[in-house]
Design a protein around this ligand. Structure first.
Ligand SMILES: [Zn+2]
Length: 274
């Protein structure tokens, strides 16, 4: 039976699953996986007992489908059956839910690693033990910080039977995607959709509707997906990030976008299946 809540956040282990506990250990931003013929496996506590490696910043994340999960930093490889891979590679052969747990692990570890010193007085920060929140507190001046997420909108814009896709200068030749951009401080998501689309392509949109969201740990974004309809304007790209944008029919799209676990693929496929 599918669990209603797949992931239960907790600073303390929730279940007595000791040997099976998942260990999401990173070297930099690369995840340690156990190699198997066909898949990457997250090591469990029992696997680590053989090696007793040094783990820094070990934190309980909570439980995934009833099994406790931890994150931490590891510097050494555990041998030939193990490898360090980036999360984009890891995401290729796993479910979206599995990807999100690895994303949570990297986000929490990065938050701990990046807040070791107080931004006010420079003293050592420590993980706050009490309460359910993930605060870190200064050992000297009691300054507290919480995890921060950088929201970004991503939007599929339709005009009758066509979808607007743009080529970013960072993309491979001939590849396109939907429009995306970071939300400014104090900006609503809808205003951000209007501004980003107008700035990057010169197009005005309306009927902005929420589509879905996706945490994106590269390094700490949250993608908020929308659909919108063309209102007015001619395509005029900014030539800064976007160097080409065009309206494509369903027949023209296959082969022009990179299929991945990201919400951009979901948005393009939403249009293709419309
Ligand atoms: Zn301080």
């Amino acid at each position: 039976m599918d669990r209603y809540i797949k992931f239960e956040p907790s600073k303390e282990p929730l279940y007595d699953t000791y040997d099976k506990d998942y260990m999401y250990l990173f070297n930099g931003s690369k995840l340690m996986v156990k190699l198997n013929d066909t898949e990457y496996i997250i090591p469990n506590k029992k696997d680590l007992e053989l090696f007793k490696p040094q783990i820094n910043h070990l934190q309980c994340l909570g439980a995934y489908k009833g099994i406790n999960c931890y994150c931490g930093e590891i510097k050494e490889s555990l041998g030939e059956n193990y490898d360090f891979i980036d999360l984009r590679t890891y995401s290729k052969n796993i479910s979206h839910d599995d990807f999100l747990v690895s994303a949570k692990a990297l986000l929490l570890l990065d938050y701990i690693r990046n807040n070791q010193k107080c931004g006010i007085c420079g003293s050592q920060m420590i993980v706050k033990i009490s309460g359910n929140d993930r605060a870190m507190i200064c050992s000297s001046c009691d300054n507290m910080v919480w995890p921060k997420t950088a929201p970004a909108i991503i939007v599929a814009i339709t005009k009758e039977d066509k979808l607007l896709l743009a080529h970013n200068k960072m993309f491979q030749e001939g590849m396109y995607s939907v429009i995306a951009g970071f939300v400014e401080m104090g900006e609503t998501f809808e205003d951000c959709v209007r501004r980003e689309v107008f700035e990057e392509t010169g197009i005005k949109v309306h009927n902005i509707k929420y589509f879905g969201s996706q945490p994106w740990p590269f390094p700490n974004s949250m993608m908020i997906g929308f659909t919108a309809e063309y209102l007015e304007g001619e395509i005029k790209v900014d030539n800064d990030e976007i160097v080409d944008a065009q309206w494509f029919t369903k027949e023209e799209i296959p082969g022009k976008y990179k299929k991945s676990i990201s919400i951009s693929t979901e948005l393009i496929e939403w249009f293709l299946n419309k």
